[in-house]
Design a protein around this ligand. Structure first.
Ligand code: DQA
Length: 156
């Protein structure tokens, strides 16, 4: 009979990036830094490895696709790290989908590279924060590491 060593199996986590984050490196480098999404992906995968997590980094400019990823996370019991980007500030659809994740007891950590509260007025409000497990802002790419550490701690 085949046996599975679940203790040794890395836990699958998705890191979901919203609109325009595929343009990291060229988009406002003074705000988001000069490294691109591929660099962020490599960092997240490496940090995941250190934490015993199998990290899968995704990016979409499409609200419906991101909502679908939340539905699948619920069905497959996958913890989520999410930078909702501009959807943070107005997508009730994504907020409801994120709520479904945390409502089932799965962690969903919200991350922002910049500190949106210190920027334009429209960035001061998040429709994701009230349904997220926690929020990390203003730490650059390192915020993703902090979010992954939080997930690793929460699923221990
Ligand atoms: C962002 C902040 C948002 O206000 C903005 O729309 C983004 C990126 C961040 O990572 O700092 O696209 O989520």
């Amino acid at each position: 009979m085949e046996t599975i060593n679940t203790a040794a199996a890395a836990r699958h986590i998705i890191v979901v990036n919203g609109p325009n984050l595929g343009r990291l490196g060229v988009r406002e480098p003074d705000v988001y830094g000069s490294d691109d999404l591929a660099a962020l992906t490599r960092l997240c995968e490496g940090w995941g490895g250190e934490l015993g997590l199998h990290v899968e980094v995704r990016q979409s400019d499409d609200e419906a696709e991101m909502i679908g990823w939340m539905h699948r996370a619920v069905d497959e019991r996958t913890p989520v790290v999410m930078n909702p980007a501009a959807f943070t500030h107005y997508s009730y659809g994504l907020s409801d989908a994120a709520h479904m994740v945390t409502d089932t007891g799965l962690p969903l950590m919200e991350v922002h590279i910049s500190n949106p509260s210190a920027r334009d007025a429209f960035r001061k409000h998040s429709v994701i924060s009230p349904v997220a497990t926690g929020t990390i802002t203003g730490m650059g790419f390192y915020g993703y590491r902090l979010a992954l550490e939080a997930v690793a701690h929460l699923i221990e």
